[in-house]
Design a protein around this ligand. Structure first.
Ligand SMILES: Cc1cc2nc3c(=O)[nH]c(=O)nc-3n(C[C@H](O)[C@H](O)[C@H](O)COP(=O)(O)OP(=O)(O)OC[C@H]3O[C@@H](n4cnc5c(N)ncnc54)[C@H](O)[C@@H]3O)c2cc1C
Ligand code: FES
Length: 353
């Protein structure tokens, strides 16, 4: 038999792409679903991207790399080196209800957690089916580890605002969550002697747990400016303090920390910051992000902001997440690929509501 014939026979023996995914079990006991439910949205480009993700993931599973955090996926349109996303049907390990609105959900998704870099997000929903049709984006909050330090999963910090966050609030241990990630372009993690100041508003704290860990591992001098409406909106402060992060708290009603907005102590600190290099990171409501970007620009400091536009697919297929950026003119980019983290000076703030 000639080599061409042998190749043709081998090709014919291969199963179709989707069939290869049926019932496959990942090392973390996460069942990989046969078909990503996003394909059901009938968005042709999303389906193409998903097929690309699956094919590449399949190849990677066969190669079994030990660390793929830096594997570039420029083909998907990311602007920074990130690992390819994984789609899992993950078990919920715990649900910590912090108040009537906030909860922290622990999810057994080690294959996503291991690949996540600070500022990246996952697309999740509980039910398989059409209600709700689309998953919602959530920043990866904590990377969970067992007593020996092995990664066991990730957590989400969620605030109830609609159908999916209500589902997440009501979820019980043992329930399952469809989870796709890690997605998006992460924060730039600086090195000493540059200082890092994180500015969080409410649930905007979410991307900073992983960032604080990454900064701590590099020995960066870090501060968290953390504001909420009231003291009941501020969570996990000891987590940051244990990492050696200086924490400055503010509440609008004055029930905890300084009374007023988080931008007030930030402005004072910027005025007194001296010449040492400084990097700012911000996540929270758009008016807060805009104010932080302005303060940083006035002080001549760099700031990276994590935007939260509506996202339908998280994979670059639906264009629901476009934001206008100022790249020597104005153009629209997809926040799920080029963001959610953007250089503050790049964002066209006048176009954001
Ligand atoms: C990258 C990224 C990371 C995020 N991380 C978190 C997180 O860690 N924790 C968290 O609680 N939330 C996070 N969000 C926000 C969360 O995804 C949305 O609030 C989501 O819509 C909630 O889903 P839902 O079904 O509960 O509410 P929905 O039914 O989707 O929305 C409820 C209400 O909020 C409005 N709404 C939804 N999204 C937006 C928006 N972007 N701007 C203005 N109004 C909006 C809707 O119009 C509706 O009135 C993140 C968003 C992004 C883009
Ligand atoms: S969320 Fe679909 S393109 Fe960005």
């Amino acid at each position: 038999m000639g080599s061409c014939e042998r190749k043709a026979r081998r090709r014919n023996r291969r199963e179709p792409t989707d069939a290869r995914w049926e019932g496959r079990v990942d090392a973390g006991n996460e069942r990989l679903p046969p078909l990503c439910d996003l394909a059901g949205t009938r968005l042709k480009s999303a389906a193409i991207v998903i097929r690309g993700v699956r094919g590449a993931q399949d190849a990677r599973e066969r190669r079994r790399p030990t660390d793929c955090r830096r594997r570039p996926v420029a083909a998907l349109g990311y602007t920074r080196p990130v690992a390819r996303p994984v789609d899992v049907d993950a078990r919920i390990a715990a649900n910590h209800r912090l108040s009537d609105a906030y909860n922290i959900l622990e999810i057994e998704a080690p294959s996503i957690a291991r690949r996540t870099r600070p500022g990246q997000f996952v697309m999740v929903k509980r039910a398989l089916g059409c209600e709700p049709l689309l998953r919602r984006p959530f920043s990866v909050f904590e990377i969970l580890r067992d007593a020996r330090g092995a990664v066991t999963g990730l957590s989400l910090l969620s605030k109830q605002v609609g159908a999916v966050t209500r589902d997440l609030f009501r979820a019980e241990p043992g329930d399952r969550l469809r989870c796709l990630g890690p997605l998006g372009s992460p924060f730039t993690v600086v090195d000493p002697p540059t200082r890092a100041w994180m500015v969080a508003g409410g649930v905007g704290l979410a991307p900073f747990a992983t960032l604080a860990e990454a900064l701590g591992a590099r020995g960066v001098d870090s501060t968290l400016f953390y504001g909420g409406r009231s003291g009941d909106d501020l969570y996990r402060v000891p987590f940051f303090e244990r990492l050696g992060v200086r924490v400055v708290l503010t509440t609008e009603d004055g029930t905890r920390g300084e009374a007023g907005r988080v931008t007030a102590p930030l402005k004072r600190a910027l005025d007194a910051a001296g010449a040492r290099p400084l990097m700012l990171y911000a996540c929270g409501p758009t008016p807060m992000l805009r104010a932080v970007a302005e303060l940083a620009a006035d002080a001549g400091r760099r700031v990276e902001v994590s935007l939260e536009p509506v996202m339908g697919c998280g994979l670059g297929g639906c264009y629901s997440c476009v934001v206008r950026v100022l790249d020597g003119g104005a153009r629209f980019v997809r926040a799920c690929l080029e963001g959610p983290v953007f250089e503050g000076s790049r964002v066209s703030w006048a176009d954001l509501t």
